[in-house]
Write a protein that binds this ligand. Structure first.
Ligand code: GLA
Length: 362
């Protein structure tokens, strides 16, 4: 995607810098990041692109291709439109970190699916900060970019998220998963299990409770840790330690502990079948212990899991609607998707394939 001609059309001059960042799909390690735990995301092919130039004016001007709308803002006051808060938040957090931020023209174009749990907001944040690095601040490193992006989201978009999405967008590749310890930020690349390919399907269920439900789950984890006398659930020595917790805190904590164990096992280099089984277990845990699934997602995941060419499937992202990820036998994702979406439609669901992206080997 080359946004330069469009940048010129909108702002009357070419961009001085351009940058991109991908969305991500999380393979295992859901709701573990804000508990100092382990995650295993991989980048998706879809990206967000940002073009920038210093405009010499007293304000920033942001054009979003998807909305065909331009809005102007200064760093003194947050802009109202949702997408603009992410960009504003990144620029402001970069300034707070000591980087000079002059008034800029910014052009945003993206093919990352929005609102389905594939981190379109992190892609926008990381692309913006990468653009800033190219234009002005070469010393910004990938981890620092992820940390500024996360602060932008927490401080300015109101979601008390962990660092999974921003680290994945900033550091993950599309051909290898990234094992990340969200406490130390130690990381290592992990190959996908052999003869396997990913399929990501949108359930079509809107993520209605994503904001409130997410923050409630996080508060429950913090309360569970407090009652157990540990800093975070990462520090709980084992499942037997959870016996003293009241419900639902015990179930919430059990999900976090078992999910961390699944990530670490998968990253050891297990067989494709075992990797798939860990994904299935993860879904059951998110559904029963963490209670962030929906009836539509459960139906879609069950249909995926019933396919002979699928090793495992689960919801991905925060839950409460959005997308599911399946590990399929190599070469079969399109065939699997066709069969599953037909059956899903027969039960009233309206799904669509997100990865592989349309036109990618179909
Ligand atoms: C959202 C948040 C992440 C992470 C996931 C759940 O994507 O932004 O920080 O908590 O949910 O794993």
């Amino acid at each position: 995607m080359n946004a330069s001609p469009d940048f010129f059309a909108v702002f009357g001059a070419p961009p001085q810098a351009e940058a991109s960042a991908p969305g991500r799909v999380n393979l295992l390690g859901e709701h573990t990041d804000y508990n100092d735990g382990f995650v295993l995301p991989i980048a998706i092919p879809q990206q967000t692109h940002v073009g920038l130039r210093r405009n010499g004016l007293a304000r920033c001007r942001l054009y979003a291709q998807a909305l065909d709308a331009r809005i102007d803002f200064t760093l003194e006051a947050p802009p109202a439109p949702h997408h603009a808060t992410y960009v504003y938040g990144c620029l402001l957090e970069a300034r707070h970190a000591g980087f000079e931020i002059p008034p800029l023209d910014l052009h945003v174009a993206s093919d990352v699916p929005m609102g389905v749990g594939l981190s379109s907001s992190a892609a926008l944040e990381v692309a913006t900060l990468r653009g800033l690095r190219t234009l002005l601040h070469p010393s910004l490193d990938d981890v620092q970019i992820a940390q500024l992006a996360q602060r932008a989201e927490v401080q300015h978009a109101g979601v008390r998220c962990g660092i999974l999405d921003q680290m994945a967008s900033s550091l993950a590749r599309t051909d290898r998963a990234l094992l990340l310890d969200t406490r130390s930020l130690a990381m290592r690349e992990v190959p996908l299990p052999p003869y396997a390919e990913l399929l990501v399907v949108d359930s079509g269920e809107p993520r209605t409770l994503a904001g409130t439900g997410y923050n409630t789950r996080r508060a429950q984890c913090e309360e569970a840790a407090r009652q157990l006398g540990v800093a975070t659930l990462r520090d709980v020595p084992g499942l037997q330690a959870l016996a003293s917790l009241p419900e639902p805190l015990r179930r919430r904590a059990r999900h976090v502990l078992t999910e961390n164990a699944r990530v670490l096992q998968a990253a050891e280099g297990v067989s494709t079948h075992v990797f798939g089984a860990l994904m299935n277990d993860s879904h059951a845990s998110l559904r029963d212990d963490y209670e962030v699934s929906t009836p539509g997602i459960d139906r879609l995941v069950a249909l995926l899991q019933a396919q002979p060419d699928v090793y495992g499937a689960r919801l991905t992202g925060a839950g409460f609607g959005g997308a599911c990820v399946a590990l399929c036998r190599a070469g079969t994702p399109h065939r699997v998707a066709e069969a599953v979406l037909l059956a899903y439609a027969a039960s009233g669901g309206r799904g669509r394939v997100l990865v592989p992206p349309a036109g990618d080997g179909a």
